[in-house]
Design a protein around this ligand. Structure first.
Ligand code: PMV
Length: 323
């Protein structure tokens, strides 16, 4: 049996960090993500391959299960894969090839895309029916187990695709937006550590509760206004709100010199709005470029790894290509 699966990554347009403290956020699934190819074997060996990090490992199935202990120190991308494998029982071994077609550890949701695509493919092989709601929930549980804290953003985007508004109760609402968003992503190629950054924001909240509460409230207003701006196609407002959000993210300490450089460079060449995306501390910015997209792309590309980012309306999917 051969199964193929794909799950998209995401960019957060509004509300990273404040979402962890129950404020709304908006994210967009992107056309870069993770492809999985699962091929059954005649023995009881499970071979996991992740070519982009030169990883290849064989392990033995014992009583239909893999004996995997999470090493909480390292938080490797492969931990997510083994946690997914551990959800199921298997009658036979398999080769699992995980092709990560996106930047790793850069705020684009690579770990969620790995978790969700593997879960979809492996659930089919194990004969376990999993709808999207179950996949998103189980995938988030794995993120929480490995990372400590995680909002449902990344795993929801990889599962459902599209542009999604997550409200303060973590309920998801699809935003209707028919145009191409004209986004550029630039990566400073320094990785931020999501767990540590989330913790540093929490500590600021404990130290300056009133101030940080007000910052989160402002982020909440931005996300709410942004939902309307997107639905009404109001580019001017979308851009302004992104810039406001960037200033607030800077104020809670998750911005860096490199991120600022990319933000100001994109604005200099005509981006209507630009901000860091994801946990910050490195990683990527997104620039909203309804005009001048080619010039902004060229200028950012001179200094940083950059791509024009199309949205992915589809979430995770799988197909059996050989039975
Ligand atoms: O850097 P990423 O892609 O893992 O995004 C993290 C977003 C945060 O809001 C900072 C954390 C979360 O779990 O929502």
């Amino acid at each position: 049996m051969k199964i193929e699966a794909f799950a998209p990554g995401k960019v957060i347009l509004f509300g990273e960090h404040s979402v962890v403290h129950k404020r709304p956020a908006i994210a967009v699934a992107i056309n870069k993500g993770v492809d999985v190819l699962l091929t059954t074997r005649d023995d009881n060996i499970i071979k996991v391959e992740v070519p982009s990090i030169n990883y290849s490992q064989e392990s033995e199935l014992i009583n239909k299960r893999l004996d995997f202990e999470l090493d909480s120190q390292n938080k490797m991308i492969t931990d997510y894969i083994y946690e997914v494998i551990n959800l199921f029982e298997f009658e036979q071994g398999f080769n699992l090839n995980v092709d990560i077609r996106m930047y790793l550890g850069a705020g684009l949701g690579s770990s969620a895309a790995v978790t969700v695509s593997c879960m979809k493919a492996l659930s089919i092989l194990a004969g376990v029916e999993m709808n999207k709601k179950t996949i998103a929930k189980q995938a988030r549980n794995i993120e929480i187990k490995i990372q400590g804290a995680a909002s449902p953003i990344d795993t929801s985007m990889s599962t459902y695709g599209g542009i999604i508004y997550i409200d303060e109760n973590f309920e998801l609402e699809r935003i209707k937006f028919d145009m191409d968003l004209q986004l550029i992503v630039s990566n400073c190629q320094i990785s931020g550590n999501t767990g540590k950054l989330v913790e540093s924001v929490r500590q600021k909240y404990v130290k300056y509760p009133e101030i940080v509460e007000n910052i989160f409230n402002a982020m909440q207003e931005i996300a709410k206004n942004a939902k309307d701006a997107l639905e009404n196609g109001n580019s001017e407002l979308i851009g302004d709100l992104m810039n406001l959000n960037q200033g607030l993210l800077d104020s809670i300490g998750v911005n860096t010199v490199e991120l600022s450089d990319m933000v100001y460079l994109s604005r200099k060449y005509g981006a209507k709005g630009s901000k860091l995306t994801g946990s910050g501390g490195g990683g990527c910015i997104i620039a909203f470029c309804p005009e001048n997209i080619d010039t902004i792309y060229e200028e950012l590309s001179k200094k940083y790894a950059t791509f024009k980012c199309e949205q992915s309306d589809e979430g995770v999917y799988a197909k059996i290509i050989e039975n």
